[in-house]
Design a protein around this ligand. Structure first.
Ligand SMILES: [Zn+2]
Length: 442
């Protein structure tokens, strides 16, 4: 899933805050069937000798004996899911399940595949499978890829870690815009995350909040990832086309031999424009991006959601990319601040300025590198610096993490392979149908 971009965004987070993944009922139905099946298969011969009744018939009357053998009590496994709260411990949980201290201690010290069994993350869930009111299994998923199982049906608990089996299907999805990309995506039964992914691919080409027209359309070849038949999330977008006001934009995911995977257009050009690395010539960074920092003035531990560049008063500050000024004001905290919206994904803000450059006003378009103001010490500061902030989908991001160096276009040596790849993908997109056997694996 590493597409070289962080996966933070308001909408995504909303998505993630829904219960982890689609309902797990189906999974447990399967598990239940398997467990019951196994139970029958491995049931010890505990019937009184002489009674060879089939396990199907629950009551067997032996001729002559007139004994009624009670039906074996096999209650269905019950799966209970719990959210791990702050303060919960592996010891406490297993103790509650009736596991003895020695066993718990032995388990707690175990590391499987680099994962310590006793390490629990608050907010995640664990599951207990019980039968006849007795816990038979504890399950915990330390990450999205693995599941830990501790089973209690033997004399001592057995533990294993397994890969969560996901399957990846490659599908072509197409839709037409009525009013928004989100609605178009939900109208065809897909999740909002797909709209998010699409809008990020074309963040530099299309402003998805302002430029969309009724009748715009898209097609996307994307991986859909399933667990036990239920959709979990989207994987990579392999190629996509977006028609906006009659202009066709295309993107193909491609990994050059010596580079990282990225999106390129039909000619092999990069879809991403790069921001300036920094908005000014600075002497030093006095404070980096941090979610926990002691504020130099107030002394409180507060997040520092930007980068502080120290430079002399009057140093020119430049827009890191083309965009539109969406805020220009002066307040007691930020001092003189300008915020620029670069596209539907990214914005940047520049605070504590000494003065604004002439012509700066709300709604004004600026070019990359254009001087928007001069460094100062306005607002709540200890000394002259620029507090520089970047937003991705309206959430703070570390500016230095946004500017990942990337190839500007497909390298010459990879061009032949790239053109071949886009021929294939164009054909798939055009047909909307997948050739048999065209599948990806994860
Ligand atoms: Zn700052």
């Amino acid at each position: 899933m590493d597409r070289g971009r962080s996966r933070t965004s308001t909408i995504r987070n909303a998505q993630q805050e829904r219960p982890g993944r689609p309902p797990v009922r189906l999974r447990y139905l399967l598990l239940l069937l398997i467990s019951v099946g196994l139970f029958y298969a491995t049931r010890p011969p505990d019937e009184p000798p002489g009674i060879q009744g089939s396990s199907q018939s629950s009551t067997v009357i032996q001729p002559g004996l007139q004994t009624v053998v009670p039906k074996p009590v096999v209650s269905d496994p019950v799966v209970s899911e719990f959210r791990i709260k702050r303060g919960d411990t592996f010891y406490g949980i297993l103790k509650d399940l009736g596991v003895d201290d020695d066993s718990i201690m032995a388990l707690a010290s175990k590391r499987l595949d680099g994962v310590s069994l006793s390490r629990l993350v608050a907010g995640k869930t664990y599951r207990v499978i019980s039968r006849n009111d007795e816990a038979v299994e504890y399950q915990y998923e330390p990450d999205e890829t693995r599941i830990i199982r501790v089973t209690f049906d033997e004399d001592y608990p057995a533990v294993s870690i397994e890969a969560i089996p996901y399957t990846t299907k490659l599908v072509t999805i197409s839709g037409t815009i009525e009013d928004s990309l989100f609605r178009a995506v939900s109208d065809i039964g897909e999740e909002p995350m797909l709209a998010m992914d699409l809008s990020e691919v074309f963040a530099w080409q299309i402003d998805f909040f302002r430029d969309l027209r009724k009748g715009d359309s898209f097609r996307v070849l994307v991986e859909k990832i399933y667990r036990d038949g239920e959709f979990v999330r989207y994987g990579r977008i392999l190629s996509t086309q977006f028609i906006n006001s009659g202009n066709r934009y295309m993107a193909f995911l491609f990994q050059p031999k010596n580079g990282r995977s990225d999106f390129f257009d039909e000619e092999g050009g990069s879809l991403r424009k790069q921001f300036l690395k920094t908005p000014l010539k600075f002497r030093r960074i006095s404070s980096g991006f941090s979610r926990r920092r002691r504020h130099p003035v107030t002394g409180k531990v507060v997040p520092h959601m930007g980068v502080d560049y120290v430079a002399p008063i009057g140093t020119p500050i430049r827009a890191i990319g083309d965009g539109k000024i969406v805020m220009k004001k002066k307040d007691s905290v930020n001092g003189r601040i300008i915020k620029i919206r670069h596209n539907s994904t990214y914005s940047s803000a520049y605070a504590h300025m000494n003065s604004f450059a002439s012509g700066m006003a709300n709604g004004v378009r600026v070019k990359q590198g254009q001087i928007i103001g001069y460094l100062g010490r306005s607002g709540r500061v200890t000394g002259p610096h620029l507090h520089f902030t970047m937003y991705r989908n309206n959430r703070y991001v570390d500016p230095r993490a946004v500017n990942v160096p990337r190839a500007s276009s497909v390298p010459k040596g990879d061009m032949e392979a790239y053109l071949k790849l886009i021929d294939d993908r164009m054909a798939v997109l055009a047909n909307g149908e997948l050739e048999a056997g065209l599948r990806t694996k994860d």
